[in-house]
Write a protein that binds this ligand. Structure first.
Ligand SMILES: Nc1ncnc2c1ncn2[C@@H]1O[C@H](COP(=O)(O)OP(=O)(O)OP(=O)(O)O)[C@@H](O)[C@H]1O
Ligand SMILES: [Mg+2]
Length: 334
């Protein structure tokens, strides 16, 4: 959980954040598998956060939503838009519209036909949305925004674009978010998502290997890994092979992107997610994939409140990437 504040002059401030562990099987394929466990983790994180705010923005995984680019006549009335949105939704939804939560966003005039607006239609099973809202409520929180993790990734990226040559304009950016069980690859060009895919790759593999090699229970292995308190042999015998395999998988994921699209190159890789906190991963990826590689820190332009330890934030920033994109939503003009 992450709280951002407005610090004046259009600047944001990292007010506070908290990270609570979630057991491996608590959320499975986008569905909340163990409600009580997730609720307890949310309560714990909120308590650690030590805030008065109970309003939250949450995300659905991209795999739980259907998105479609549509065109809406610029002159359409609200009622006409609604009719068209429903017709479009009917075409793509594999379940009755009564069971669907949907929303759309006008993106701007269509390049070929300026009388029409490009719009993005997003729909999800109502159940997926409601289970999250109910969960937050059970943990004492109020859901104000329900976003999609891939969109939040895009929002967080916008905080980082200034670090790239020419603000990333015209460049193909692959955001590789390496979590515990899964890795999300989102490829952007000029702030538009051009490709997204989920791969089974994550830090749990490293935790399991530590547990096996050093004969530690999984929880302890996880803790020691994060604190970096392992014997000397760890780096060469366990960590290095893991980093090599991650770099190799990223290389494969990009090959897959090239074969699935007409793109032939990626200009920058941004590493996000908890695993991007592993020192040296950027160098290993850069060496293997021969592409400029950066560790994602969406806070580098923000102020940091005195509640927050700046050094710890710097190392945990990649894990807060999606949370940052969500927290930024509250600054949207209403
Ligand atoms: N300092 C660190 N050193 C090494 N690994 C770390 C560190 N911090 C976090 N991790 C690893 O990052 C992973 C968690 O990343 P993240 O918080 O992005 O996952 P998640 O989004 O919850 O998982 P998923 O996307 O798979 O659902 C875990 O495997 C954790 O061990
Ligand atoms: Mg993740």
């Amino acid at each position: 959980m992450l709280e951002l504040a407005d610090s004046g002059n259009g600047m944001r401030r990292v007010e506070r954040y908290a990270i609570a562990p979630l057991p491996k099987d608590a959320v499975q394929e986008g569905a909340i598998a163990k409600t009580e466990v997730v609720e307890a983790a949310m309560r714990e994180a909120w308590k650690l956060l030590d805030t008065r705010t109970r309003d939250v923005a949450m995300a659905l995984p991209a795999s739980s939503v259907i998105t479609k680019k549509i065109m809406l006549p610029g002159s359409a009335s609200e009622a006409e838009i609604e009719t068209q949105i429903n017709a479009e939704a009917n075409q793509v939804a594999s379940f009755p519209l009564g069971d669907v939560s949907l929303d759309y966003q006008i993106l701007g005039p269509n390049a070929k036909n300026p009388a029409e607006n490009d719009a993005l239609l997003v729909l999800a099973r109502r159940e997926r949305v409601e289970e999250r809202v109910a969960l937050a409520e059970a943990a004492g929180l109020k859901t104000v925004i329900m976003d999609v993790d891939a969109f939040a990734t895009l929002t967080a990226y916008e905080q980082m674009a200034f670090q790239l040559p020419d603000n990333g304009k015209g460049q193909v950016i692959a955001i590789v978010d390496i979590g515990a069980n899964s890795t999300h690859v989102n490829v952007l060009l000029d702030n538009q998502m051009v490709y997204q895919r989920e791969h089974a790759l994550g830090g749990n593999t490293l935790t399991s290997e530590i547990s096996r090699r050093f004969d530690l229970p999984l929880e302890e292995a996880e803790d020691t890994k994060r604190k970096g308190l392992l014997p000397d042999s760890y780096e060469s015998e366990v960590l290095q092979p893991f980093l090599d395999s991650v770099a190799q998988e990223i290389g494969r994921a990009l090959q897959l992107f090239f074969s699935a699209t007409s793109f032939q190159r990626v200009d920058h890789i941004l590493l996000a997610g908890g695993c991007a906190a592993i020192p040296g991963l950027d160098d290993v990826v850069h060496g293997k994939v021969q592409t400029s590689t950066l560790i994602a820190n969406p806070f580098s332009k923000m102020a940091v409140s005195s509640h927050v330890k700046a050094r710890q934030l710097a190392s945990e920033a990649p894990a807060l990437f999606v949370a940052c994109g969500l927290a930024l939503r509250r600054f949207d003009p209403a």
